[in-house]
Write a protein that binds this ligand. Structure first.
Ligand SMILES: [Fe+2]
Length: 159
């Protein structure tokens, strides 16, 4: 057996051992059923759209996640107006491990705007300008990487 053959055998054995080690780590993580690298979170938050249960008694989680819609109660048909979305009533963290990924605005069922945010750089706040020809319900949604999708609504009337 020459040195070239021994080197090839060593490299093959090393690669197989490293692959097995990586699979072993993955299996251990999968076996626990827990997300690694994140704080413990209620996984039920990811099963659907979260909304404030009782507006008179919001929980700290709701205050931090339910989008706040800043818009007039009444607008004039055909005239532009501003709608500002922010997250949330208590400012939400925007660090690398916990942040708001986006906010989006719908006028009834129609998409009206969307803003993506960058952790460590962005503030979870965006302003959109709309023009309406009929009364609508504004729907604001935001997505938190740890606490899922949240929604708020506000009815708009025409003056
Ligand atoms: Fe969050």
């Amino acid at each position: 057996m020459n040195n070239g053959m021994k080197r090839r055998e060593f490299l093959t054995t090393s690669a197989l051992a490293a692959g097995g080690l990586m699979l072993g780590v993955g299996a251990a993580s999968a076996g626990t059923g827990k997300m690694t690298g994140y704080a413990e979170v209620d996984q039920d938050l990811f099963k659907g759209i979260n909304r404030v249960a009782n507006p008179a008694e919001k929980t700290p989680l709701e205050k931090k996640h339910a989008p706040v819609i800043e818009a007039p109660d009444q607008v004039k048909a055909g005239e532009p107006f501003a709608v500002t979305l922010k997250v949330g009533e208590i400012a939400h963290p925007m660090g690398p491990s916990h942040y708001i990924q986006y906010v989006e605005l719908l006028a009834g069922n129609e998409p009206a705007g969307r803003a993506e945010f960058h952790p460590g750089l962005s503030v979870a706040k965006a302003t959109f300008f709309l023009i309406l020809d009929k009364p609508v319900t504004l729907v604001a949604r935001e997505y938190c990487n740890l606490h899922g999708l949240w929604e708020s609504r506000k009815d708009l009337a025409l003056a």
